[in-house]
Design a protein around this ligand. Sequence first.
Ligand SMILES: CC(C)(COP(=O)(O)OP(=O)(O)OC[C@H]1O[C@@H](n2cnc3c(N)ncnc32)[C@H](O)[C@@H]1OP(=O)(O)O)[C@@H](O)C(=O)NCCC(=O)NCCS
Length: 185
Amino acid sequence: MTADAPAVSAQRVRPRVRLRPTMTSDLEFVLSLEQDEANLPFITPWERTQHEAAVRFPDFRHFIIEAGEGLEAAGFLILIGCRSRHQSLELKRMVVKAKGAGHGRAALRVAKKVAFDDLGAHRFWLDVKTRNARAKAFYDSEGFVVEGLLRESVRTADGFESLIVMSMLQSEFAARRAQGLEMAA
Ligand SMILES: CC(C)(COP(=O)(O)OP(=O)(O)OC[C@H]1O[C@@H](n2cnc3c(N)ncnc32)[C@H](O)[C@@H]1OP(=O)(O)O)[C@@H](O)C(=O)NCCC(=O)NCCS
């Protein structure tokens, strides 16, 4: 499954971004992004074997984010719960290499389209560390609603950190699409 974000949004020009299924040969890139000092504080990195399983397991979708004219690898994202009978899909992880270049927003728009249109999500949810102001502002601006706080639920070298749970329902996605805020069907 591949999906393209439109080059032009209602607000401004966005970079060309595409999602394609991750292959085992991409995992060095994925692991190096996870281990990058710029990303480590905001995620809980996986072992290679966990990514290998995620690439294969039918309930997961593991994508490489491709961006730019040459569609170079620009990041990755993982969806979980793709076969959930509750139609509740999780954006398990999303990391882009070049921050602030619009790749994240463009990729998230494609991920939402995949979740709601292709995978039949009723609810699309994620969690974000309270210290991750950039990502929290990003998800807010993309219409995700705060559900609550998982207090001190992640143990790191610096102590316990809290997670904010956020979600979007299919009806909210449809309303945003009607306003031109999401990719067309
Ligand atoms: C979070 C992440 C995926 C966002 O992708 P990105 O390509 O950097 O984001 P974009 O350039 O598309 O910007 C999207 C929005 O994020 C917010 N944002 C970006 N940089 C920001 C910053 N330094 N401070 C606050 N908000 C910021 C803004 O709302 C921005 O929208 P705007 O440019 O229209 O104002 C990316 O920064 C990343 O990989 N971070 C490290 C890993 C991570 O935190 N993953 C998410 C875990 S839940």
